[in-house]
Structure formats: structure tokens, C-alpha cells
Design a protein around this ligand. Structure first.
Ligand code: SF4
Length: 326
């Protein structure tokens, strides 16, 4: 029986915007009522084009930004209305690794101080020697050397900086790590090293990951399940094998067609995605994907599709799978 570590119900992140000084208030619906379950020990990949709301969802779950609505339950604790003080305790269980290892490390702090900072904040250890030893242990775990502790961020490569960011996230022994495009800024050869490291650390520490990426080829390597997002909502959530072998949603099919396949015999004819993602300020009516969907029907313009169960581990939101369509 899988144990749910994180549960999100109808989570919303709306940003108010005004047209002109006295104009009517409108909202950018960056995350528009997301339901999500993450099971202990798994990696849930979240994929979509930039602007689909995946990073905003990650930050909202971590409560780096307050949700506009909905409910977030972590490890049986409803954290939705927690303030800063209560969230300090929760951050022991949930940490984030950011996309840009250049921007996420304070350039004036030594690596020792960067990794030790959350240990001080959480009051996990008090003795300086104990903290120093623990920092060294963490640096070794992420493949860095002891002498790196006295160095500064500018002395490291992108991949090494991401390793430092991972060591810092692991310092408080979290259960859940939300990795927001952790390898997007890295060279392809370095990407696989960091992905392998994340997998090894998951095994060793029993971590649960939410892994956010814009590329389905990146999440395939690391994920157990994958959720595909479009304009603030999931359009398909499935276990890895089902999603790659039998993608149901036209958007997932289009994203997969962009993934390079080395063997030409394995290539299938799949729709190519055209145009850009519409504005979340004024999203299309009905199915939000209808303006780009090659299979769009009349009902798609009028009515948002409901969640359809394909199997116990595969859900899709698309009118193609309405009962009267089958
Ligand atoms: Fe395309 Fe309609 Fe399905 Fe939306 S609901 S993905 S427009 S077929």
C-alpha cells in the first residue's frame, strides 16, 4: 500500500493585475485548481512548456509563495494556512533545489557556511565541530572534496554548484525535495551526472522527489510517475511506462514527438506542437489546449474536460475519452 506524503487539493495561485490605474482587476491564473498526490519514496516528474505554471506550483507547495486557494497536506499535516514561524518547522521535511545554481548560492558565503546555514536555522546541531564534520560528510555525499568547504561559489562549475545546492537541501534531512529544473542550466554531460547523483541520494536517504522540467526526456530517467501541465492544470498524469508507451492527451503526444529517438524504426507519427502557450491572463475557453490541439472538436471550445481514469495509475483530461466518444 503506497503512503501519501503530499496531497494537494484544488491548489490555486492567482496573481491580481489591473488594466490601467482604475481598470478592472483581473487575475493571472498561474496554477488553477491542481489536485496532486505524491507517494513516499517516489519521484513525480512535472513537465510542461515554460509558462505552464509548473515552477509556480513547486514554490506554492513549498509555500515560498502563499496559495490563493486550496489545501496542502504534508505528511498528514495541513500546512495551507501556516505562517512563517510554523513553516520553519515544516522546512525540515520539505526542501527545494533551484534551477539556477549561480543565483541560488550567496556569493559572499563560503561553501561551509552555505551548507551549514539551514542547520543553524533549524537548530539541528549546536557544536561548531559537529557542524563542520556534518558539512564535510554532506559534501562527500554529493561528490565534492573536503577542501571545497572553504571555497566560494564563484570558484565552482555549474554542476558543482548544483551539487552544493543539493547538499544544502539535504542538510536538514528532508523527506520531500522539490527540484525545480535542477539540470536545465547544465551541459548535457553534466546533467546525467547530477541526475544519477539525485537517484543515488534518493536510495540512500529514502527521499521523495518532485522533479520539475520542461523536457520529457529529462524526467524519463528519474521519474516513477509523470504529470503533464498546461496553462495551470494537469492534462495527464501517469506512471512512466504508460505515459511514454501510450500517451493519451494530444499535448503529451506533441511533447513526446519533440523527444529525440535514436532508432528511426521506433519513431511514430505524432502531432507536432505549433504556436505558443496562450496567456494565463486570458486563457482559452473550455479545454485550454483547444487553440493548439490538432484533434479539437466543437465541445472542446465550450466545456472543460473532466478527469478520466484510463487505469489505476493513468488519468487524462480530454473530451476524446468521454464515454459517448468511445
Ligand atoms: Fe484536444 Fe479537445 Fe482533448 Fe482538449 S479536449 S486536448 S481540444 S481533443
Amino acid at each position: 500500500m503506497k503512503k501519501t506524503l503530499l496531497s494537494c487539493k484544488d491548489v490555486k495561485q492567482y496573481y491580481p493585475v489591473r488594466k490601467g490605474v482604475f481598470g478592472a482587476k483581473n487575475y493571472v491564473k498561474a496554477v488553477d485548481g491542481v489536485d496532486l498526490e505524491v507517494y513516499e519514496g517516489e519521484t513525480l516528474g512535472i513537465v510542461g512548456e515554460s509558462g505552464c505554471g509548473k515552477s509556480t506550483l513547486g514554490k506554492t507547495i513549498c509555500k515560498l509563495i502563499e496559495p490563493t486557494g486550496g489545501q496542502i497536506v504534508l505528511d498528514g499535516e495541513d500546512i495551507t494556512s501556516y505562517g512563517k514561524k510554523q513553516m520553519r518547522q515544516v522546512r525540515k521535511k520539505m526542501q527545494m533545489v533551484f534551477q539556477d545554481p549561480y543565483a541560488s548560492l550567496n556569493p559572499r558565503m563560503s561553501i561551509r557556511d552555505i551548507v551549514a546555514e539551514p542547520i543553524y536555522i533549524q537548530k539541528l546541531l549546536k557544536d561548531k565541530k559537529e557542524i563542520d564534520d556534518y558539512v564535510i560528510e554532506l559534501l562527500r555525499k554529493v561528490g565534492l572534496d573536503d577542501y571545497h568547504a572553504v571555497r566560494y561559489p564563484h570558484e565552482f562549475s555549474g554542476g558543482q554548484r548544483q551539487r552544493i545546492g543539493i547538499a544544502r537541501a539535504l542538510a536538514v534531512k528532508p523527506k520531500l525535495v522539490i527540484a525545480d529544473e535542477p539540470v536545465s542550466a547544465l551541459d548535457v554531460s553534466i546533467q546525467s551526472q547530477v541526475l544519477n547523483l539525485l537517484k543515488e541520494l534518493q536510495q540512500e536517504f529514502g527521499l521523495t522527489y518532485i522533479f520539475i522540467a520542461h523536457d520529457l526526456s529529462v524526467v524519463e530517467h528519474i521519474s516513477d510517475r509523470i504529470g503533464v501541465m498546461y496553462l495551470g492544470n494537469f492534462v495527464e498524469v501517469a506512471d512512466k511506462i504508460s505515459l511514454y508507451s501510450k500517451p493519451m492527451h494530444p499535448y503529451t503526444q506533441a511533447l513526446l514527438s519533440a523527444v529525440p529517438i535514436p532508432d528511426p524504426r521506433q519513431r511514430k507519427k505524432r502531432p507536432v506542437l505549433e504556436g505558443n502557450i496562450p496567456s494565463a491572463l486570458n486563457p482559452p475557453s473550455g479545454c485550454k489546449f483547444h487553440t493548439r490541439c490538432p484533434k479539437c472538436m466543437e465541445i472542446c471550445r465550450q466545456k472543460a474536460p473532466q478527469k478520466k481514469k484510463i487505469s489505476d495509475s493513468h488519468y487524462v483530461y480530454c473530451h476524446l475519452y468521454d464515454e459517448n466518444q468511445e
